[in-house]
Design a protein around this ligand. Structure first.
Ligand code: HGY
Ligand code: MN
Ligand code: MN
Length: 404
């Protein structure tokens, strides 16, 4: 068994191989799903697997796998993603893939006879197509061809065109023989760091409900139109945004959150009253009743504002996952492994979405969190330490050894 120093040096080496891919002038990285930059990340992952003389392969939707055994035996799948948000950080998703490579290394050095594969899943972020977990969703059946065939990227490329050009399949065979799925991920919240706890054992993953809203008013002359004769779409949108924030605050005790992350104002010129505004809504929670409360409140607000301001609201759902529960027995065993390794840990929900959501459809699934600097994520300042990644990987490896 290599020393901890050698393991951390290996982590440092593989982390550095990804470091500059997709770097932008703001200091962060933009590695959008199903783009050339994400291709580069997957090529690098495949190269790193081949460097260790491991098996590598790519599935029908472009997910990349590195494995110690590609027979049709049941295997343990460790996974995450290599895409990022726009100007995001270098740890979201990547730490899970790094941990997987380290675990494969340990298993090889220990001659641990357990089939293990590490998967890097395409387009986990909704940043490029407005839909999340496309790679893992398609191969687990969470997403069907009809759910994605109409998607168009931020640069106007259709997913059909991208899949055709890469020889991918929008109706892939469902992934098979996965005994269990485990994912290491940065917490993307402040709890672990705040309480100086080294690991989180995830109980639930919040279910996202996402919507696009178009608000139509009337684009008119900003100087000649009296205040009481306007249908200002941006004022209506602003009232709606604050209303949705209020709904989120009201449901915070049930761990729900609401965000308007996208606002496009048209025609967005100084001397024209905004005639049309498009909003992107992200609601999350682990309690379905709470999410329903928020959704009802959102519909009430739209009705009221549209009447009071003489505008029209058009709502379209762009994604809906129920909250998912992680495997109870895996949670228990992961906690026991953390105890045994004397790594402080706590059980906790995940507010962020992950590829693990999709895998709950095909096998027992669990997640381990590690702290990240001030809980910052989806931001160039995102940071976690190599030692944290090492600790998280140790817990998962200890768990796998216990499965022998
Ligand atoms: O948006 C999320 O929750 C995740 O980062 N994809
Ligand atoms: Mn993310
Ligand atoms: Mn992620």
């Amino acid at each position: 068994m290599a020393s901890r120093r050698e393991d951390v040096q290996y982590l440092e080496y593989i982390f550095s191989q990804f470091y500059d891919i997709g770097v932008n002038s703001y200091g962060g990285v933009t590695r959008l799903g199903y783009t050339k930059i994400e291709d580069e990340m997957h090529d690098m992952f495949k190269d790193l697997g081949e460097e260790e003389n491991l098996h590598t392969y790519i599935d029908e939707v472009g997910n990349t796998f590195v494995a110690n055994d590609i027979s049709n035996k049941e295997y343990y799948l460790i996974g995450s993603h290599l895409d990022s948000v726009v100007n995001g950080g270098r740890y979201d998703g990547v730490v899970g893939v790094l941990a997987g490579l380290l675990i494969l290394n340990w298993a090889k050095n220990d001659n641990l006879d357990i089939p293990i594969r590490v998967g890097a899943f395409r387009c986990e972020e909704s940043s490029n197509f407005g839909k999340c977990t496309i790679g893992s969703g398609l191969i687990t059946g969470e997403l069907k061809r009809d759910d994605v065939k109409g998607l168009v990227s931020k640069t106007g490329r259709s997913i059909i065109e991208i899949f055709n050009s890469k020889g991918y399949n929008l109706s892939p065979k469902k992934i098979e023989n996965v005994k269990q799925y485990l994912e290491l991920h940065i917490e993307q919240g402040k709890v672990l760091e705040e309480y100086d706890i080294k690991a989180g054992i995830v109980t639930h993953i919040a279910g996202p409900r996402r919507f696009e809203i178009c608000i139509y008013g009337e684009a008119e002359h900003s100087g000649a139109t009296p205040m009481d004769m306007r249908s200002d779409a941006l004022c209506a949108a602003s009232e709606f945004v604050l209303e949705l924030e209020k709904l989120g605050r009201k449901e915070a005790h049930r761990k729900s959150v609401t965000t308007v992350g996208v606002l496009n104002n048209n025609p967005n010129v100084l001397n024209v009253i905004p005639g049309e505004v498009n909003l992107g809504i992200d609601i999350r929670g682990i309690d379905i009743n709470s999410l329903d409360e928020i959704e009802n409140g959102m519909n009430e607000a739209m009705k009221r504002i549209s009447k009071e301001r003489n505008v029209k609201f058009f709502l379209q759902s762009t994604g809906r996952f129920d909250p998912v529960k992680m495997s109870t027995h895996m949670q228990k065993k992961l906690s026991e492994c953390s105890e045994k390794l004397r790594i402080s840990h706590k059980v906790m929900p995940s507010g962020a979405g992950h590829d693990a959501m999709a895998f709950t459809r095909v096998c027992d699934t669990a997640m381990v969190f590690i702290p990240c600097y001030k809980g910052i994520s989806h931001n160039k300042s995102e940071f976690s330490s190599l030692l944290s990644i090492y600790d998280g990987a140790k817990i998962i490896y200890e768990y796998l050894k216990g499965e022998k």
